[in-house]
Design a protein around this ligand. Structure first.
Ligand SMILES: [Zn+2]
Length: 488
């Protein structure tokens, strides 16, 4: 049996690499270590569920690499300077740091609520202007750049590998057409800005390459290489970033270093809402907070976003969210039953063997390009069979210990077993003023009720049951005299 907390790495890990267009065995540059970069949010508004589809996928990847015993160094950026931020901050009459701080903090809180772990490095663009300037200078020395009206552009004609990630056909992009929303003169429409000259009244930095602000793409190249080295193991993002953003990151980094920038590129597919593209004009645009407002729990949201494998389009529906709520409840009820049940000694029907198989199937799913649907199916098959074995007296104490270990492995990845929705909602300012009902408070109440029953004080015992019910706690008395409880 697997020891408590031991890594799970039963199967070879295979990932779909956008760069090769194929499934590949994942082999890090240095055995046992992974350097990973993920493109984070632009902090000019609250993140929406489409953004979080990608962040939850990245979190599952992160957690799974760690579960396999790999030492992970993960950096994620916050884009806190771009055209919209500059315009919005100016309109609000505040500095860009002040403007973005509110949304950066909201993003951290939103991540915490859906158990998206913090990376080893959160990196803000505005803290790394000198790193970006240095990278642009390196590119200047190698003649990858040209200046125009105070801005600096990347000359794509100088980088023949351009397009190798997204396989984009650039012949269709006419000279003079606009790809990058740049309002400046360029040699070729494909070229993109590394450094943008300030317009009157705009925020800018005074630097060795002149006054201005960085382009979006240079941020990620500069910060990724600063924290993770010139060649990363994994770079991830949403599929909409593959072109032009990630293509430009490759052109910048590989132009400067002459080395491969990232060895595995992973991209998450889009999210649809009730079968349609999410947009404010269609009225189907939701932030995470909009859904908490409607009464959904963070765990249900995380489950709904995690349960569809990342390379499949995720059709987000309210039916699906309801199903996610029930699935989470089913796992939690099973965890409660395991924790509180009284089981006969040993492993009467060899459920221990069944648990080992469940873990193997769980790992097989995740090792196959993070197929979360297979991993969850393995979990629920096991829960169903274990519940039946418990009903029939075929589930023993040794089985319970093995099942606890299995659930711990599930929790390491999916993070929905532990019931802390009430606390999380409270932290975000939802769910009223009532103190979160803790497990220890509930268990204290239950033992009080047990004592009342033993002295045949049924009025008192009923009163305690009612008090618990008012806090959403339901009791189930079992034949052997023990009591199980669950949250409604
Ligand atoms: Zn990026």
């Amino acid at each position: 049996m697997r020891e408590k907390g031991e890594p799970v790495a039963i199967h070879e890990l295979r990932l779909h690499n956008t760069l090769s267009g194929k499934m590949e065995e994942f082999v890090p540059q240095r055995a046992g270590e992974v350097k990973m970069y993920t493109c984070g949010p632009t902090v000019y508004d609250y993140a929406h569920i489409g953004n979080f589809r990608t962040f939850v996928f990245q979190d599952i990847l992160r957690r799974y690499l760690k579960q396999r015993g790999l030492k992970l160094t993960h950096a994620m950026n916050l884009t806190d300077v771009d055209d919209r931020i500059i315009a919005n901050a100016a309109a609000a009459g505040v500095g860009i740091r002040e403007y973005t701080e509110k949304y950066a903090q909201a993003f951290f809180a939103d991540c915490k609520a859906v158990s998206v772990e913090a990376p080893e490095f959160w990196v803000r663009a505005t803290d790394h202007i000198p790193d970006m300037v240095q990278l642009i200078e390196r590119l200047q020395k190698k003649t990858f750049t040209y200046g125009s009206e105070g801005s600096i552009y990347y000359r794509i004609a100088k980088f023949p590998d351009y397009g190798k990630l997204s396989k984009i056909d650039l012949t269709g992009i006419q000279a003079g057409a606009r790809v990058d929303n740049d309002r400046y003169e360029k040699e070729s429409a494909r070229d993109f800005a590394l450094w943008k000259a300030p317009k009157p009244g705009e925020h800018f930095w005074e630097t060795e390459i002149g006054p201005g602000r960085p382009g979006w793409h240079i941020e990620c190249s500069a910060m990724a290489m600063k924290y993770l080295g010139e060649t990363l193991d994994i770079h991830t993002g949403g599929i909409d970033l593959a072109f032009p953003h990630h293509e430009n990151e490759i052109a910048q980094s590989e132009g400067a270093t002459g080395k491969p920038f990232a060895r595995y590129w992973l991209h998450a597919e889009h999210l649809l809402v009730e079968g349609e593209k999410m947009s404010k004009s269609l009225g189907n645009f939701f932030t995470m907070r909009d859904l908490y407002e409607k009464g959904y729990k963070p765990s249900a949201l995380r489950y709904a976003l995690a349960s569809v494998p990342y390379r499949r389009q995720l059709n987000f529906t309210f039916d699906g969210l309801q199903q996610a709520t029930s699935s989470v409840e089913r796992i939690r009820n099973f965890a409660d039953r395991l924790r509180q049940g009284k089981f006969p000694a040993g492993s009467p029907a060899n459920m221990k063997g069944r648990t080992a198989k469940a873990l193997e199937d769980f790992d097989a799913g995740l090792a196959d390009d993070l197929n979360t649907a297979v991993a969850l199916a393995a979990t629920f098959d096991f829960v169903r069979e274990a519940n039946i074995a418990m009903d029939n007296g075929g589930f023993g104490q040794e089985d319970a210990a093995a099942a606890q270990e299995f659930l711990a492995a599930v929790e390491q990845i999916f993070a929905v077993v532990k019931d802390n929705d009430a606390e999380k909602l409270k932290e975000l300012g939802f769910g009223g003023v009532e103190e979160a009902v803790t497990d220890s408070w509930i268990e204290e109440k239950i033992s009080g009720r047990q004592a009342a029953r033993q002295r045949r004080d049924f009025a008192k015992s009923d009163e305690i049951r009612k008090e618990l019910a008012e806090h959403g706690i339901i009791l189930e008395d079992s034949k052997d005299g023990s009591v199980r409880w669950k949250r409604k």
